[in-house]
Design a protein around this ligand. Structure first.
Ligand code: SAM
Length: 342
């Protein structure tokens, strides 16, 4: 716990799994084991990052600016996309991203993989001895692939994985390599993902898409996603997104693609974790008698309440701010920030 709290600086909110008014429940058991692996890897990435920061002329200031970019999101306010390429490449920004997003992306990817498994997507890999090529597009530092590698090792030990992260931001490469994956610079808007990977039709099994649609929600990109599924033999796209309304779901359905909304829909639309397949029969949710309002049921999720859902019932009861998290209240611009940015 102490290690985690040092690493996240957001100890309580990041590690709470449940509150019931009187008690606070923290992570334990298999959650802690998974986090242990993540923390080990993240330590390595933070060492790489520290070397980069130390090479700058004023490492303290670099760290300080990075925290400001992460917290106040100037590009989101000005242009509507979370961070710019310049910001993603900033070592001080990367430090915060590594410390905080590591937990979020790792747990969310784990959760979506568990839901995908519950939906039957991975049944064909049970006991199979094969190699799966999987790409994460806009993969950032690589936490989605890290979660996937550990998940597959645990559940499908005979499967060999060939994992590549692709991103427009080249400076993620050093982290991705450190985690043991391949990296390719790639602009999704250029299309031709298979060609970029040097693969032929049928050679790429899954594509992970995590928190990138804000950048590439255009027809050309969605057409490429459709073509990957219908023409190029990709079995499924595995998509995590930030908002409960993710327009890509409907837009892919309009392109003849089956979308499995993995989150429960009973307390309102929730399109934060989705699978896209050309052939609905690959999934339990693609069967005719499936009750879609329940989402895909997991019997025993490793990370309960991921992505967070505690706002849903209060919202039904009359008005709970969707984005509210305990630590948001702390988000005040320190006066020192303005002073130093002058
Ligand atoms: C919010 S981050 C998500 C990173 C990672 N998938 C995660 O979930 O932590 C968005 C990523 O998309 C990348 N990106 C933005 N536009 C892109 C494009 N046109 N092609 C490829 N990657 C892009 C950014 O460089 C950044 O790494």
């Amino acid at each position: 716990m102490v290690g985690l709290t040092r690493l996240t600086k957001r100890p309580i909110s990041a590690l709470i799994t449940k509150t019931d008014g009187k008690n606070i429940h923290f992570i334990a058991g298999k959650l802690a084991t998974n986090f242990g692996k993540l923390i080990q890897h993240n330590k390595d990435l933070l060492v790489v990052n520290k070397q980069l920061i130390d090479k700058t002329s004023d490492p303290k200031f670099t760290t300080f600016v990075g925290e400001g970019l992460y917290t106040f999101k100037p590009t989101l306010k000005a242009f509507g996309t979370t961070w710019s390429q310049e910001e993603y490449s900033h070592p001080g920004f990367q430090r915060v991203y590594l410390r905080l997003k590591s937990f979020q992306r790792f747990t969310e990817t784990w959760a979506i993989l568990e839901r995908a498994q519950a939906d039957g997507l991975f049944e064909k890999h049970q006991g199979a001895k094969c190699t799966l090529r999987i790409a994460s597009v806009g993969g950032g530092p690589g936490y989605e692939l890290l979660a996937l590698r550990i998940f597959f090792k645990r559940n499908f030990p005979n499967v060999t994985l060939d994992l590549t992260s692709l991103d427009l931001c080249k400076s993620w490469e050093q982290y991705v390599l450190r985690l043991g994956f391949k990296f390719l610079p790639y602009n999704i808007n250029d299309g031709n993902l298979l060609g970029r990977l040097g693969l032929a039709k049928g050679e790429l099994e899954y594509v992970i898409i995590s928190y990138i649609m804000i950048y590439v929600s255009n027809d050309k990109c969605l057409d490429m996603f459709r073509d990957l599924l219908i023409r190029d033999g990709v079995r499924a796209l595995i998509m995590s997104e930030r908002t409960e309304a993710t327009p890509a779901c409907k837009r892919m359905e309009n392109r003849g693609i089956h979308c499995s909304r993995l989150m429960p829909q009973k307390l309102g639309q929730d399109e934060r974790q989705n699978l896209f397949v050309a052939d609905p029969s690959l999934l339990k949710s693609g069967q005719k008698d499936f009750n879609s309002s329940f989402g895909v049921l997991q019997s025993d999720p490793t990370f309960p309440n991921v992505p967070f859902c505690e706002h849903k019932a209060p919202r039904q009861a009359g008005g709970h701010r969707l984005g509210w998290r305990p630590f948001h209240e702390e988000k005040q611009v320190p006066s020192e920030y303005h002073a130093r940015m002058k």
